[in-house]
Design a protein around this ligand. Structure first.
Ligand code: ADP
Length: 184
C-alpha cells in the first residue's frame, strides 16, 4: 500500500498528517502546495508566475502543475511509492496522473479523504495564519475545493477511504494508519 493520494479541504490537516504518514510508510511526501511555495521563496520563474494565484486562493493552471508534478515523480525516490498531497485537485489532473502512472505500469493503491466540517476548518486556518489564510481567501479556497476537487471523491470511489479528521493529531494519524492497514 504505497501509492497514495490524500484529499481534503483546505485546513483538513493533510500536510501535517502527510508528513508523519510518509515517514511511517517509507515513501516521499509530495505536496504541490509546498512545491509551489518553495518556488515562490526561491524566486524562480515558476514561482513568479504562480505567486498571485496562490495569494488569491485560485488554482494554478493544470499545465504548470502537471509539469512540476511530472518532474517530481521522475525522481528515483518515487520508485517504491509516494504520498501525494494536494494533487490531483481536479478531474483533469486525475486523468493526467493515471496516464503518468500507466506509462510506468503503476496504479494508485488508495485515495484517502480527510473529512473535517467547515466551521472547524475556518477556525484552524485563521489560527494558522499563512499568507493565503485570511477569511476571504479561505472562503474562496473552500469554494474551489467544492467545485473542483470534491468531484474526485466520486471519480476515485473504488479506491476511496474516508477518515474522520477531527481530533488530536495523533488520533487522526492512528485512524489513517488503521484505515490503510485494513486495505492491505
Ligand atoms: P491547502 O491544503 O490549505 O489548500 P495547499 O498547500 O495544498 O493548501 O495549496 C495552496 C495553493 O497552491 C492552492 O490554493 C493553489 O493555489 C495551489 N495549488 C496546490 N496544489 C495545486 C494543484 N494540484 N493544482 C493547482 N493549484 C494547486
Amino acid at each position: 500500500m504505497t501509492r497514495v493520494v490524500l484529499v481534503g479541504p483546505p485546513g483538513a490537516g493533510k500536510g501535517t498528517q502527510a508528513a508523519t504518514l510518509s515517514d511511517k510508510l517509507g515513501v516521499p511526501h509530495i505536496s504541490t502546495g509546498d512545491l509551489f511555495r518553495s518556488h515562490i521563496n526561491a524566486e524562480t520563474e515558476l514561482g513568479r508566475r504562480v505567486k498571485g494565484i496562490l495569494d488569491s486562493g485560485g488554482l494554478v493552471s493544470d499545465e504548470l502543475t502537471i509539469e512540476m508534478v511530472c518532474g517530481r515523480l521522475g525522481e528515483p525516490d518515487t520508485e517504491d511509492g509516494f504520498l501525494l498531497d494536494g494533487f490531483p485537485r481536479n478531474v483533469r489532473q486525475a486523468d493526467l496522473l493515471s496516464n503518468i502512472l500507466a506509462d510506468r505500469d503503476e496504479k494508485l493503491d488508495a485515495v484517502i479523504e480527510l473529512q473535517v466540517d467547515e466551521d472547524a476548518l475556518v477556525r484552524r486556518l485563521l489560527a494558522r495564519g499563512r499568507a493565503d489564510d485570511n477569511e476571504d481567501v479561505i472562503r474562496h479556497r473552500q469554494q474551489v475545493y467544492r467545485s473542483e476537487t470534491q468531484p474526485l471523491l466520486d471519480y476515485y470511489r473504488d479506491l476511496l477511504i474516508t477518515v474522520d479528521g477531527v481530533g488530536e493529531v495523533d488520533e487522526v494519524t492512528d485512524r489513517l494508519l488503521a484505515a490503510l492497514r485494513d486495505r492491505t
